[in-house]
Ligand binder design. Structure first.
Ligand code: 5GP
Ligand code: MN
Length: 350
């Protein structure tokens, strides 16, 4: 059979319960994780547009301010920030008859918004691709094999028979999420079915060049200068190991007039060195030291992040945080990543 003729690219066993839940809800709140990225915003804003096209009320509530680098996304101006607009957001959430949790699977990933969600008995739908969910929902669509949450929601909408409500605006946001989480279809994107979806999206009018420009070539001069400084002065190797590190203190970030999102993508760059397999970006933020990890091949940075930095994520992309001094965070990383690497090498007999 011609693989383009079967429907596995769009199949999901949860499409029926998902369709039923959407059909009986009229007032829907969509939420995503802190420091929203292209997948978090693409999936929520895209689904919001579909729900509005269906004649429903839908609002996206983000835990903190969504980076302005995504201001080009249609619907960005409609975002409600829980941290800054709590009274208004509380009213909207209390009035909702459905809460959708997208691109996260742990209420710890949504700051104080998580407390609000837990306090209510409103039905919930989870749509996510992170491993090992620790939150419950009435409809759970947890698909760790998927490249992006945007891939899952698009698949669900088509399988649920709602394709007539998926317009060019929604699908552009969904495509942006896929591009974000796969580095422009470079990693975590080997499933042939993904390309059937992408082909459909392009047929529906997604401007691929526009989306790639907005995701990858949308930086400010100060971001490029901070990147140059980070690579030239702050990029180090951890001793003799195939492990890299970039650390930026508050003083350094202030010097480059840092705002959230300015270091997006920095953590991936050391992996361009042929024998580096693990990379880490350490940022001294006001509330904690933020850790970002990336790896190549089978090295499990999610396991490492969970073990040492109360974090998690995917096999090759994870994050966590450290509550202590910046110098202690750097020292803990250098020591623990070397230990973890040695033990991982023994375990996998490489
Ligand atoms: P980033 O390094 O871009 O902040 O995050 C990379 C991946 O790790 C994302 O999938 C994100 O959801 C996850 N992640 C980042 N920070 C944390 C964290 O503190 N806890 C958990 N559980 N996951 C995180
Ligand atoms: Mn994602």
């Amino acid at each position: 059979m011609n693989p383009l003729c079967d429907n596995t690219a769009f199949a999901d066993p949860m499409s029926l319960p998902f369709a039923e839940m959407v059909s009986k809800s009229q007032n829907i709140v969509l939420t995503c994780h802190v420091n929203a990225d292209g997948d978090a915003l693409g999936s929520t804003l895209g689904f919001r547009k579909v729900l509005i096209n269906m004649g429903k009320q839908a609002t996206v509530v983000t835990p903190d301010l969504a980076p302005t680098s995504f201001a080009w996304m249609k619907g960005y101006k409609s975002l409600i920030c829980y941290e800054r607009q709590q009274p208004e957001a509380d009213k909207i959430i209390e009035a909702a008859d459905l809460i959708v949790m997208m691109d996260y699977n742990d209420l710890g990933r949504v700051k104080t918004l998580g407390e609000k969600i837990s306090s209510l008995s409103t039905p919930r739908v989870l749509i996510d691709h992170h491993l090992d969910p620790v939150v419950n929902a009435d409809v759970m669509v947890s698909r760790p094999d998927a490249s992006a949450t945007c891939q899952i929601i698009y698949r669900l909408l088509i399988a649920a028979g709602l394709s007539q409500y998926v317009d060019q605006e929604a699908v552009t946001n969904f495509y942006a999420g896929i591009v974000t989480d796969t580095g422009g279809l470079s990693y975590n994107s080997s499933d042939p079915n993904l390309y059937i979806l992408v082909a459909e999206m392009l047929k529906m009018g997604v401007d691929k060049t526009f989306v790639h420009e907005k995701i990858f070539n949308n930086k400010s001069v100060k971001q490029i200068k901070l990147q140059g400084y980070s690579l030239g002065r702050k990029f180090h190797r951890v001793e003799k190991y195939p492990i890299a590190l970039i650390s930026l203190s508050k003083e350094e970030l202030d010097r480059f007039n840092y705002t959230t999102g300015d270091t997006e993508g920095f953590v991936n760059i050391p992996l361009q060195v042929r024998d580096i397999i693990v990379s880490c970006l350490i940022l001294e933020r006001p509330d904690c030291v933020k850790m970002s990890f990336r790896s190549k091949g089978e090295f499990p940075v999610n396991e490492y992040a969970a073990k040492y930095f109360s974090g998690g994520g995917h096999l090759n992309a994870a994050g966590g945080s450290f509550h202590g001094s910046f110098d202690d965070a750097v020292a803990l990383y250098q020591k623990s990543i070397a230990d973890f690497y040695v033990r991982w090498m023994k375990r996998t007999a490489k």
